[in-house]
Ligand binder design. Structure first.
Ligand SMILES: Nc1ncnc2c1ncn2[C@@H]1O[C@H](COP(=O)(O)OP(=O)(O)OP(=O)(O)O)[C@@H](O)[C@H]1O
Length: 324
């Protein structure tokens, strides 16, 4: 079932000649992380801000589950949606703990529950509570501030998260670490996430699906695998650099190309095949196959076999998108 649905959504700012978001229709499945990708000014942030009603569409309807979001009071809607923005948006005069407690307090939770939640969330985002609880935002690095911003957005346990270039102002190394954390958290929490980015590699790495926009419209909405291997037009092809095979392999996760094992299917001792994690890249998989000479890899998720991967899988994914 879809968690968020855009039905013919249009937003025209009075000062603009064209619509900022132009007849967008799409569905985001529950538990999926969808990256909204596209050049500056294409309408990514505007689309996101309509979901928590920071902007109202000029026409069209947005549904959260089955509910038209206009039927929900804004405060209640926003309590159901976590929101993370680029500069963390933490309240500077509040400690880390107080920042995280904002939504639970609004929800009227009892104090012991709030305190336990703060510790739980700080552990979740890998900031030991003993060390970080009582610090002020100015006493944190940019990456740590984003982690607290994420913890704060998760505090009321919303099913939907909106993330607007959350790692945009973070250096490349910390950014990669935070991306890993998001993938880990997402495996654990299975939220529905809309994630704005203008970074192609981030989108390919994080997205279950990628929604590519240009001038307010959707150009392609598909899995990273299909975006790279079957770009709908030149714009998408050039945006994602679909010609570069080695790059493709290093950006695509094993899970995008593997054959899934049927549910409940037990592999006996991995059948002797070398193993690889589903989050690893196809490039890692290729080097493992070449190094070991194995015909097949067993793909693991949290230590359990979930799929198999062969050279053919990798060859298919690398060759479809390349032209000439
Ligand atoms: N409050 C506003 N009033 C008028 N025009 C706006 C407003 N907000 C955004 N726009 C315009 O709408 C268009 C889409 O803006 P938006 O911020 O959604 O783009 P974006 O894809 O998120 O860009 P970026 O990657 O640069 O953040 C732009 O042309 C922008 O100038």
């Amino acid at each position: 079932m879809s968690a968020i649905r855009f039905d013919n959504v249009l937003l025209r700012f009075p000062s603009m000649a064209r619509a900022a978001v132009d007849h967008v229709s799409c569905e985001v499945e529950s538990g999926n992380l969808v990256v909204i990708l596209g050049p500056s000014g294409c309408g990514k942030t505007t689309l996101l801000k309509m979901v928590n009603r920071l902007y109202e569409p000029t026409a069209g309807t947005i549904y959260l589950g089955d509910t038209d979001i206009r039927q929900l009071p804004k405060t209640r809607l926003r309590q159901q949606i976590g929101y993370v923005i680029q500069q963390s948006g933490l309240f500077p005069h509040m400690t880390v703990a107080q920042n995280i407690a904002v939504v639970p307090r609004l929800l009227g939770w009892a104090n012991p529950r709030i305190q336990a939640r703060i510790d739980e969330l700080l552990d979740l985002v890998a900031l030991p509570p003993g060390e970080y609880r009582d610090r002020y935002p100015a006493q944190l690095s940019g990456g740590q501030q984003q982690r607290v911003g994420l913890a704060r957005a998760l505090a009321g346990d919303p099913q939907v998260m909106l993330m607007d270039e959350p790692f945009g102002a973070i250096d490349a190394i910390t950014r990669a670490t935070l991306q890993d954390e998001i993938l880990r958290l997402q495996r654990q929490l299975k939220k529905t996430i809309l994630f704005v980015s203008h970074d192609v590699e981030e989108a390919l790495r994080l997205g279950d699906r990628i929604l590519i926009m240009k001038a307010g419209q959707i150009v392609q909405y598909d899995t990273p695998f299909n975006i790279l291997t079957k770009p709908t037009n030149e714009f998408v092809h050039d945006l994602v650099g679909a010609d570069d095979m080695v790059r493709q392999l290093s950006l695509l996760r094993v899970s995008t190309a593997m054959t899934r094992l049927p549910d409940g299917y037990a592999l006996n001792g991995h059948n002797g095949h070398p193993t690889i994690a589903r989050e690893d890249s196809l490039r890692d998989a290729l080097s493992l196959i070449l190094r070991t000479g194995a015909p097949k890899l067993t793909v693991l998720e949290d230590g359990s076999p979930v799929g198999t991967l062969t050279l053919e899988h990798i060859r298919d994914s690398a060759s479809v998108g390349a032209r000439g």
